[in-house]
Design a protein around this ligand. Sequence first.
Ligand code: KG4
Ligand code: ZN
Length: 339
Amino acid sequence: MKILGIETSCDETAAAVVVDGVSILSNQIASQVEIHTRYGGIVPEVASRQHILAVIPIIEQAMAEAKATWSDLDGIAVTIGPGLAGSLLVGVNAAKAIALARRLPVTGVNHLEGHIYANWLTNSSPNFPPRFPLVCLIVSGGHSDLVLMRDHGDYVVLGRTRDDAAGEAFDKAARILGLGFPGGPAIEQAAKRGTASIQLPRAWLKGTNEFSFSGVKTALLRLVEGEKVSLSANQTSRLPTRADAAASFQEAVIDVLVTKAVAVAKELRVKQILLAGGVASNELLRKYLVGNSPIPVLVPDPVLCTDNAAMIAACGYYRFKAGKVDGLDLDVIPSLKLA
Ligand code: KG4
Ligand code: ZN
């Protein structure tokens, strides 16, 4: 089954063609990051306008890279939420227009479910394919969720974040340290030049599967405001550097994420732990999880962790297999939940 996936929930316009939910024939992404960098964050109106400009060319590129014609396709999968309403609308309308014109079935995909299904594209891992029941740690710009997955499409949300999502915390910490946008990759790069020498607080929220990252972010802010960290390029003092602060922050967030994910996976005696979402492209998080879990871990390629359409096509394949076809009244749901 050849599925065209379309993803426009945030600031990447993406299209991909995937066979049977596992083989990627093409995976095209038009990033708007340079445009939003000027504003230090994503501007929703700018994002939707960029999607309008990019969506048709990116779909054409994905079809060309896959050497596919419209009649080769068996269906279209498109992200309907969660995400920015104006951005989601562009992808959903493009998908419906093609579905109508080419008489193809369309299925609406939850973006978070898409992130999880990036693991079904990770067929080079010795732990492939994912085995149920499993626990998935979804860490993106908007979410930090621990999810029990009992079967395809069957989710129990075990816990969420009470405040900032992990990716959001990375973005805010980067802003505090003057490291720019997007923050996750900037913190990761800076951390490589430093050591995690500062003890930052960890919110364990014992007895729950919830997270909280606002405390560690505020602690970092207080250190910078109190001039306990040197943000100067010419380091003359003995204070911890910006790189040390980045490394300490990264370690504090990852420590909590990994410890809590492994604990709940052990408690529920699941067969696997999956990692998903943009923050899952972080090398230290990947290493920590693999190194600290007695349960087999599956982590997608970094390029499949951040927003892409191959993961949407992979999820769409399982939706079509389960008979989940949507009508042309398919609409966006900006605050869509997983379960
Ligand atoms: O999944 P994603 O691409 O988009 C959303 O669905 O939100 O995640 C984006 C988030 C951003 O907050 C970004 O800073 C973070 O993922 N991120 C990272 C890394 N790469 C992206 N965080 C930590 N380390 C990274 N290497
Ligand atoms: Zn995402």
